[in-house]
Every structure is written in structure tokens, then in C-alpha cells.
Design a protein around this ligand. Structure first.
Ligand code: ZN
Length: 164
């Protein structure tokens, strides 16, 4: 993004980490917010939203930014929901590193609640899928195979059960 080098000049950082740059932008937004400068605040928000939208939000990259934003920026601002919605779009099994699961535990509770809420909104699509999941503990592999449904494989480092 063209504004990036300008941000680096202003903040005297040579920043290769877009999330550090995003954090500086968020602090600038907060400054505009505290000093009741709505036009300035909106302008920074526009830049920040465009900037963040160009990156993939995975837990290990967004902990610092997300913790800061959720602690310092009012809950009713769209920026908080952008982080949640984009995170729900971006993060999937492709990013399987253990660091990501460690980072999940550091994300703010308010962020996690919004993620849960967003997933519950997409429930309708998952109802058909849910009817194919078996939650029984079968006595044998033969019995399991004859069941015809999908069975859970628990991944300990993710703390999550997948059906396959
Ligand atoms: Zn079964």
C-alpha cells in the first residue's frame, strides 16, 4: 500500500510487519477518538480498514493488534468487527502451526465471544452436515465402518474434534 512508507516515515520505523504498522494506525485512530476529531478518526479508519483487508489474519500475527484494539477502541466501532469477520474468513486448517493454537489463548475474550457469535450465525449451512456426524463410541472399527456416518478425530494441540 502506498501509504505504508509514509507511515514508516511518520513513526520512524522500518516496518516489515504489517501488524505493527496496523497497531500504529490503531493508536493514531485512538488519538483522534480521544481528542474528538471525528473527520481525522474516520480518515484513519478508512486507511486502516483498507490496509488490514489486504492481509491474512491468523492468530499468531494478530494477538498484539487485537488485544490493543479491544482494550482501547470503543466496542461499537466497525474496526473490532472487521478483525472478527476477517479472522473467521481467513484462518483455517491450512495454518496448522502449534503457535497459532497457543496464540488463540492470548486473544481477548471479547474477540473470542464475537467469533463464536459469528460462527453461530452461519449455523444454518451446517445443520445438514451435523446430521452426518456420529457421536457414539463404537465398540470396534467394523461397527464404526458399518455406521455410515462421519466420526470424530480429536487433535490434541488444537483442542478440537474433526469429523471425517
Ligand atoms: Zn457412528
Amino acid at each position: 500500500m502506498e501509504n505504508n512508507s509514509a507511515w514508516e516515515r511518520i513513526t520512524e520505523t522500518e516496518c516489515n510487519d504489517p501488524f505493527v504498522t496496523s497497531l500504529i494506525m490503531a493508536k493514531t485512530y485512538s488519538f483522534g477518538n480521544r481528542f474528538v476529531a471525528p473527520a481525522f478518526r474516520r480518515a484513519i479508519n478508512d486507511i486502516l480498514v483498507r490496509y488490514v483487508s489486504t492481509f491474512t489474519l491468523i492468530p499468531m500475527d494478530i494477538v498484539q493488534l487485537t488485544c490493543w484494539v479491544f482494550e482501547h477502541i470503543p466496542s461499537d466501532r466497525p474496526l473490532l468487527q472487521l478483525l472478527v469477520n476477517q479472522f473467521c474468513e481467513d484462518w483455517d486448517d491450512y495454518y496448522d502451526e502449534e503457535e497459532n493454537y497457543d496464540a488463540l489463548k492470548l486473544l481477548p475474550q471479547a474477540f473470542t465471544i464475537r467469533v463464536l457469535k459469528r460462527h453461530s450465525h452461519s449455523k444454518i449451512n451446517r445443520e445438514a452436515e451435523a446430521s452426518k456426524c456420529c457421536f457414539y463410541e463404537h465398540a470396534s472399527d467394523e461397527e464404526k465402518a458399518s455406521c455410515g456416518k462421519s466420526h470424530m478425530v480429536y487433535k490434541a494441540h488444537e483442542g478440537y474434534g474433526y469429523f471425517q
